[in-house]
Design a binder for this molecule. Structure first.
Ligand SMILES: Cc1cc2nc3c(=O)[nH]c(=O)nc-3n(C[C@H](O)[C@H](O)[C@H](O)COP(=O)(O)OP(=O)(O)OC[C@H]3O[C@@H](n4cnc5c(N)ncnc54)[C@H](O)[C@@H]3O)c2cc1C
Length: 481
């Protein structure tokens, strides 16, 4: 913190709101909240570089407490960082300018489940798996299955526009929101309209979905639910040419068939990744198709999709491998299969329209593998969340032996990210599909938005005139002095 703050007073004021036991300034806690799953701060810590730490961490239990904490932060002009599960990968919770971390996990109540409207109202800090378990007991599901479900919170998924393994049918977390309750920097509590669809002016809801805590803190969420499907089945198809597999996906989506899952692995991922995690021996591009719902519908959709795949040379690989993938779908993201230090890696994913996706993939693969050949850069990709207009590529770079020095490693990391992000933009892609921006990609936001960026900055200034709401994220600057 650059400005003089009387922290003893602030700590006492926060303690008066949340209780003295729910505020901490212990060094070990400050260190724990200095990180999320972003490689860069992890590498820096690993190499002995002192991280930016929060000054204070507290654990509010209600929206009212969050409002009071924001009033305190505004009065003292201290940054506030909302913290859900801390499973973000973009540095979204990293306290770049110190300040107060509001860990929201004590706000974990299910307020109401409406089995007629098929909606639930929950507090934002509710753990995704805990929510899902309760819904499943009632024959319901949120249908949002991110690999981080054991850690992530409902609010964090919405704040970062998350997605899950059956998003192709049920949508991203952002699509499932009915309404939000939000605490503003001023300490006011606001609600968006009860329904996401209306003709009552621009949608305030959409301002806060994906805002990553830079405009306000989501305290309560009303979310759409689904009945548990009668049947959910998976089948695999093997294509010789990735382009034919992408075309199969395009036809499925534009014909408005509704697979819950389309997951297409590129040839290197099919050969190496699926072998390593699932012990499959496959060559080509492996497409996993999942369909769910009522048995008759599933049968019909599977039949129509099989016809499309066969017409493009996709060989039916049966159910076993695909069902096995479903059973182990999260294994890819955890030890021993997830990449970890000392290796350098980054998920440089993007989303674009069907006409651009193959070129985007090829260009990025080349930019990584050829552009960073001297470092032995590797690249893998799969296409995992599909829309009626396009798809996303979930791709990663890996450098197995990065430079030993923190500064050199950081410079190489940032260079690779710059190349990857600009390749995404140059080929009609977005900076990101579902992990968010954080501070990892913040510097690229003006480039992505062009003239529209200024409008976003003006909106930020209206909701957060002091710049204390998660400063340095989404491309917004430091707190104002
Ligand atoms: C192993 C692993 C697997 C993953 N798999 C997936 C996946 O399948 N799909 C996917 O989408 N993502 C995935 N992620 C990324 C991550 O889980 C998501 O970004 C998730 O949405 C973050 O939720 P969280 O509660 O942990 O948020 P956090 O990391 O705590 O926060 C993320 C951002 O949202 C802000 N924020 C958090 N809560 C609130 C709130 N209530 N109000 C306002 N702002 C808030 C934070 O300040 C931060 O900017 C994965 C991450 C890991 C580590």
């Amino acid at each position: 913190m650059s400005r003089p703050v009387d922290f003893t007073t602030v700590i006492n004021e926060i303690g008066a709101v949340v209780g003295a036991g729910d505020v901490t300034v212990r060094e070990i806690d400050r260190l724990a909240y200095a990180q999320d799953y972003f490689w860069l701060p992890q590498m820096r810590l690993d190499r002995g570089v002192a991280p930016a730490r929060p000054d204070i961490i507290c654990y509010p239990e209600s929206a009212d407490e969050v409002c009071q904490l924001l009033t305190i932060a505004t009065r003292h002009k201290i940054p506030v960082i909302p913290y859900g599960g801390g499973s973000g990968t973009q540095g979204g919770t990293v306290p770049l300018y110190g300040g107060i971390v509001l860990d929201l996990k004590k706000m974990n109540r299910i307020v109401n489940i409406n089995e007629t409207a098929l909606t639930a109202t929950v507090e934002a800090g509710l753990n995704v798996n805990h929510f899902e378990e309760e819904l499943n007991r009632r024959g319901l599901t949120w249908a949002h299955y991110p690999a981080s479900a054991a850690v992530a919170t409902v609010g964090g998924c919405i704040a970062a526009r998350g997605t899950g393994t059956i998003s192709t049918k049920y949508g991203k977390a952002e699509d499932m929101v009915m309404s939000l309750e939000i605490a503003l920097a001023s300490g006011e509590l606001i609600n968006t309209l009860k329904t996401p669809n209306h003709a009552c002016g621009p949608g305030i809801l959409q301002l806060f979905v994906g805002a990553e805590g830079t405009l306000g803190i989501i305290t309560k969420v009303t979310i759409r639910l689904e009945p548990m499907p009668d049947v959910r089945r998976f089948r695999g198809y093997l294509f010789n040419d990735l382009r034919d597999a992408l075309e199969a996906g395009r036809r499925v989506m534009t014909r408005r068939l509704r697979p819950c899952t389309l997951r297409l692995y590129d040839p290197p991922s099919t050969k190496h990744f699926l072998k390593r995690v699932l012990n499959l021996d496959l060559e080509g591009s492996f497409l996993i198709v999942g369909c769910d719902g009522e048995a008759e519908m599933v049968e019909l959709e599977e039949k129509l999709i099989a016809h499309i795949c066969a017409g493009l040379g996709g060989k039916d690989a049966g159910r076993d491998a695909a069902e096995n993938w479903w059973a182990h779908r999260y294994d890819f993201y955890f030890p021993p299969f997830a990449p970890a230090l000392p290796r350098m890696y980054g998920t440089i994913e993007s989303t674009t329209t069907f006409d651009c996706i193959y070129d985007l993939y090829l260009s990025k693969k080349s930019a990584i593998e050829n552009g960073f050949k001297e470092y032995g850069a590797r690249y893998t990709a799969h296409f995992s969340h599909w829309y009626p207009w396009g798809t996303m590529v979930y791709d990663r770079f890996y450098i197995d032996s990065p430079p030993a020095g923190a500064a050199e490693a950081e410079a190489l990391h940032n260079k690779i990210w710059g190349v990857a992000a600009r390749t995404n933009l140059a080929h009609g892609g977005t900076l990101n599909d579902h992990h968010g921006i954080g501070y990892k990609l913040g510097a690229m936001m003006p480039e992505q938005y062009g003239a529209a960026w200024d409008s976003l900055v003006k909106i930020k200034n209206v909701f957060d005139p002091l710049g204390i709401m998660n400063p340095g994220k989404l491309g917004f600057g430091p707190p104002k002095s």
